[in-house]
Design a protein around this ligand. Structure first.
Ligand SMILES: [Zn+2]
Length: 79
């Protein structure tokens, strides 16, 4: 499952961020409110996924902005 791997979670969050930003931007430029709303919702979902699932698979601590190969709390290698 992607939720068990911080790297995969980061990728999923990245895609949500990217598509959300693009949709919101296109919606704003073309003045299509629905698109903007969907884009903003995707950005919110991205942040939620980040806070819910971006955790060390070993000790379960929230990793915040850490992107290293090892957990800053328990020092174990992350996938
Ligand atoms: Zn850890």
């Amino acid at each position: 499952m992607w939720k068990d791997s911080p790297r995969a979670v980061r990728k999923v969050v990245g895609w949500f961020m990217l598509s959300g930003a693009v949709l919101a931007l296109v919606g704003a430029m073309m003045e299509v409110t629905a698109l903007t709303v969907i884009g903003v919702l995707l950005l919110i979902v991205a942040v939620l996924i980040h806070f819910m699932y971006y955790r060390c698979p070993h000790c379960g601590r929230f990793l915040d902005r850490s992107t290293g190969a090892y957990c800053p709390y328990c020092g174990k290698k992350m996938e």
